[in-house]
Design a protein around this ligand. Structure first.
Ligand code: A3P
Length: 280
């Protein structure tokens, strides 16, 4: 069952939501990046909002840090892939990145990964809750689409491989959802260190407190509770859903888990990534 065109369109080989347009995505190719910019890049449902939320809502990890940084951006899901997709040859890709390199190495990028099985399950529930995403009631069908990259933001593997593949080209701090869950304080310190920002003990404590799932969930802005009904069907879920590691075990059958491993495990082994999550 192919994704419905009502919800997604394909541009340069990648899937985008109909709430954006090919023109808008194309305009991002010339997006002017400044040295002072900070980007948070993640594949959907990997914990972007736990790492940082938008300025106008709360800034769990960053409410103290933001004062030091003039700009925050959420890198559109496919920008890295797009850079590659728009450059027909390796040499041109290199020159494209070198062109960008005058500013990119100074811009700071935080890239967050999460166990793809938990991403899949979170994405499945999110697709029911967010009305601009196609709801796919059959989990098996959703999983096959996810594995084929036929979901918004396309292939999880390509996304992660794309960013890790550019680890040397950009100034990137790689974090995992699982590490953040295990030791939020260490993640905060890593981010501070990366951004060259010194916080007092009290400030660190306060950031850690606000960034816990339980406290974010109580904050209606962090939980996107004011999303209009035509965007979010609140009878079908909520933004901050479970916030746990390993929820896939409550959803996937043994056969589904094996099918997932078969499709992704060999590929994952090729990533230059310190895997902190257990697929089994
Ligand atoms: P679940 O659906 O498994 O609960 P994103 O922000 O990239 O869309 O990711 C959303 C996922 O991150 C959801 O996962 C959400 O609950 C979880 N999340 C968001 N903030 C979190 C936090 N502070 N601590 C733990 N998980 C968080």
């Amino acid at each position: 069952m192919e994704p419905s065109k009502e919800f997604m369109f394909k541009y340069k080989g990648f899937y985008f939501g109909v709430n954006t347009s090919a023109e808008h995505v194309a305009s991002l190719e010339n997006f002017e990046i400044k040295d002072s910019d900070i980007f948070i890049a993640t594949y959907p449902k990997s914990g972007k909002n736990g790492t940082v939320s938008k300025e106008e809502i709360n800034l769990p990890l960053f409410n103290h840090l933001i004062a030091a940084v003039p700009k925050f951006f959420f890198l559109p899901a496919n920008t890295c892939n797009l850079i590659r997709a728009t450059c027909p040859s390796e040499r041109q890709e290199g020159s494209h990145l070198t062109g960008g390199a005058q500013c990119l190495p100074e811009a700071e990028i935080i890239y967050v990964t999460r166990n793809p099985k938990d991403v899949l399950v979170s994405y499945y529930h999110f697709s029911k809750f967010i009305t601009t995403l196609e709801e796919v009631p059959d989990f098996n069908i959703f999983m096959e689409r996810f594995l084929a990259g036929k979901v918004l933001a396309s292939s999880w593997f390509d996304h992660v491989a794309g960013w890790y593949g550019h680890a040397e080209d950009f100034n990137i701090l790689f974090l995992t959802y699982e590490d953040m869950k295990k030791d939020l304080r260490s993640a905060v310190l890593k981010i501070c260190n990366f951004l060259g920002k010194k916080l007092s003990e009290e400030e660190i404590e306060s950031v850690v407190r606000q960034a816990t799932f339980e406290n974010m969930k109580k904050d209606p802005r962090a939980n996107y509770e004011n999303l209009p009904d035509d965007i979010a069907d609140k009878s079908k879920g909520r933004f901050l859903r479970k916030g746990t590691v390993g929820d896939w075990k409550n959803m996937m059958t043994v056969a589904q888990s094996e099918r997932f491993d078969e499709a992704l495990n060999e590929k994952i082994k090729t990533l230059p990534i310190k895997i902190t999550w257990d697929m089994n």
